[in-house]
Design a protein around this ligand. Structure first.
Ligand SMILES: O=P(O)(O)OC[C@H]1O[C@H](O)[C@H](O)[C@@H](O)[C@@H]1O
Ligand SMILES: [Fe+2]
Length: 187
């Protein structure tokens, strides 16, 4: 039998760039994130075309049992004093977890479960983040460089953005040149 060598995709661990492979790309701009940042007038005054994050995904099999792999590149920036972040989501299939691997930059992974329990994990090159099921997740770039993280998740997990339409319970802002976590006041 003749052995068959198929070239797997390659990722540059320093930048998160994939090469030699078909990719799916999604760009999220400020205009795509109404109501996400606390400072509404700051958001309105900012350039709506400003890219907040790019996601590059391997174009792989989907369906029960299959895994998706992607890299999120989250740009540095702020709206008002709030750092650029991903929209964040629960999985539509709530029990599905996900793994993030920090590749470059500095930031935080904000985790919020269905009971409203919150955690923050520092994201740096080499950090490994086990996101349990039933837990919403959002990346926040608190640094001055691109924050890139590789993610692996179930292809059937899906996204539930509506469940967090009211936002996460914590916001991460810069105050006095320091990263501060603020609890959102309801009502
Ligand atoms: O879907 P968002 O909250 O905008 O986050 C952007 C992306 O981040 C990660 O790469 C996740 O694995 C993706 O499933 C998600 O779509
Ligand atoms: Fe996810």
């Amino acid at each position: 039998m003749k052995p068959v060598l198929s070239q797997p995709p390659h990722v540059d661990w320093l930048t998160g760039a994939f090469s030699r492979t078909p990719l799916l790309r999604k760009t999220t701009r400020l205009a795509d994130l109404p109501g996400v940042f606390a400072d509404h007038s700051g958001w309105q005054q900012a350039d709506p075309q400003q890219i907040v994050y790019d996601v590059e995904m391997l174009d792989t099999l989907s369906g029960s049992g299959e895994l998706f792999t992607g890299v999120t590149h989250l740009y540095p920036g702020k709206v008002g004093n709030e750092y650029f972040m991903t929209r964040g989501h629960f999985h539509a299939l709530r029990e599905q977890g996900e793994v993030y691997f920090g590749l470059r930059g500095t930031g935080l992974l904000l985790l919020q479960d269905e009971q409203g329990e919150m955690h923050l994990e520092p994201v740096v090159a080499g950090s490994v983040h086990i996101i349990p099921g039933y837990t919403a997740h959002r990346l926040i770039n608190t640094g001055t460089e691109i924050l890139s993280a590789l993610a692996v998740w179930s292809s059937t997990a899906g996204h539930d953005y509506a469940a967090l339409a009211g936002g996460f319970a914590w916001r991460v802002v810069e105050e006095n040149r320091q990263v501060q976590v603020r609890e959102v006041q309801n009502g």
